[in-house]
Design a protein around this ligand. Structure first.
Ligand code: HEM
Length: 412
């Protein structure tokens, strides 16, 4: 074993604290994995599995994402569930279903994500982002995470699902508790209670929409049939949950990180506001650089050889987007934040059969935010340190206090 490999053996990727302790050096840490142990065995103690594989190279990550024959999501798709032995929504919720049922559910949900339905949702995102940024600039300072970013994705998803406006704060607080443990110390039991409350909420809403369908995800799921059979109650509520869980925090953290990174890189901010780089390409670089969902994972169904090592049937395999997006064999100068980067084939939305269903919407949200910033903000500065979230799955901040100076002329 080389010295570098043995150093990597001390890194605990199951512990959120690792990502806080190494936050200034994560790019370097992943570079070490890629060059010294690209297909790395990470032991764990006291769990249902003895350990898991850590894939850090772009090509290996893509290979597993692409292959839902030899690798399954049905026994969990993030470390937390994979290490506990599975996901209770397996075979019913899109992200943790494979094979024919996955295709059927995905095709149904794609209807709810059709350009026709999304056009008005995206228009709502633009208006909301513009108003929130304008108001924050008017006040001169804000906590960008709590005063701006928090109010965009959940309202967007509520529009998409067709949840009444009055329920949004309630849905947001449950979502936060169900997934993130933003602050260290939130108990696993609290997360389970929040998750159950969300499921109950959607079962009630589905009943209402079955009688009186509208143009929204809950109505599509509540009235859909596959081969003449309606979806089960569980499938309906798990897939509503999947949209809310998949779409809220990832987008929120992307927007918060976008502002954080633009303040850290004033040269790039200038390129954005001057129009030297397009908002479209800036969105892609924000997604690559931030990599809001750091990893996903699978279980191997058969023995598979990757990078000269044998992954055994039943092994847990984790795919580190946060490393693949910085792979020097794919990205030129990956450690540079370059809003004009092209090509930019990042894996922030995954790849293959489970490619993010909300990618268009996620992009639309970041686009709306960057457009609002360049329209209304002349300069932004941190007024206190950002507070990073406590997670080995998502990357970002729960608090980002900033001061915002308004644009004096018209920059539109
Ligand atoms: C799947 C990331 C926004 C809904 C995924 C996957 C990734 C991802 C990496 C693949 C998971 C896997 O392979 O196991 C992101 C990021 C987002 C974002 C970084 C924001 C910047 C959204 C939004 C929605 C959404 C806005 C919905 C409104 C979903 C769903 C899946 C998914 C339902 C499962 C797809 C399937 O299994 O077929 N997302 N996502 N995501 N995402 Fe997103």
């Amino acid at each position: 074993m080389t010295t570098a490999t043995s150093t990597l053996h001390g890194v605990d990727l199951t512990d959120p604290q690792t990502f806080l302790d190494r936050k200034d050096d994560l790019v370097g840490l992943w570079q070490e994995f890629r060059s010294h142990s690209p297909v790395h065995w990470h032991p764990v103690e006291g769990r249902q599995v003895p350990g898991f594989w850590v894939l850090s190279r772009y090509r290996d990550v893509m290979e597993v994402y692409r292959d839902n024959k030899r690798f399954t999501s049905e026994r969990g798709n993030v470390l937390a569930t994979l290490l506990e032995g599975g996901d209770s929504a397996a075979g019913q919720m899109l992200a943790v279903t494979d094979g024919r049922r996955h295709r059927e559910l995905r095709n149904l949900l794609l209807k709810a994500f059709s350009p026709r339905l999304l056009a008005s949702v995206v228009e709502g995102v633009r208006r909301r982002a513009d108003r929130l940024v304008r108001e924050a600039v008017g006040r001169g300072s804000c906590d960008f995470a709590q005063d701006v970013a928090e109010h965009i994705p959940m309202a967007t998803i509520a529009d998409l699902l067709g949840a009444p406006a009055a329920d949004r704060d309630y849905l947001l607080s449950l979502t936060k508790q169900a997934l993130s443990a933003e602050e260290a110390g939130q108990s696993a039991e609290e997360a389970v209670v929040a998750r159950n409350e969300l499921l109950y909420y959607f079962s009630e809403l589905a009943e209402i929409r079955r009688e009186d369908p509208r143009d929204d995800v809950v109505s599509v799921l509540a009235t859909a049939t596959v081969d003449g059979k309606p979806l089960t109650e569980q499938e309906i509520v798990f897939n509503c949950y999947s949209v809310i869980i998949g779409g809220d925090e990832t987008s929120r953290l992307s927007m918060i990180c976008a502002v954080h990174e633009l303040m850290e890189h004033p040269d790039q901010w200038r390129r954005l506001v001057s129009g030297e780089v397009s908002v479209d390409s800036a969105v892609e670089e924000v997604l690559r650089w931030v990599t809001p969902a750091m990893h996903f994972g699978r279980r191997a169904l058969t023995d598979v050889e990757i990078g000269g090592r044998t992954i055994r049937a039943g092994d847990v395999v984790t795919l580190w987007n946060s490393s693949a997006n910085y792979d020097e064999t794919v990205f030129d100068r990956p450690e540079e934040f370059d809003l004009a980067r092209t090509p930019n084939k990042h894996v922030s939305f995954g790849y293959g059969p489970h490619f993010c269903l909300g990618a268009y919407l996620g992009r639309g949200e970041i686009h709306a935010l960057l457009t609002a910033l360049r329209t209304h903000v002349a300069a932004m500065e941190p007024t206190a340190p950002a507070r990073p979230i406590h997670s080995n799955f998502l990357h970002g901040y729960s608090s980002l206090p900033v001061s915002l100076r308004p644009v004096t002329g018209d920059r539109t």
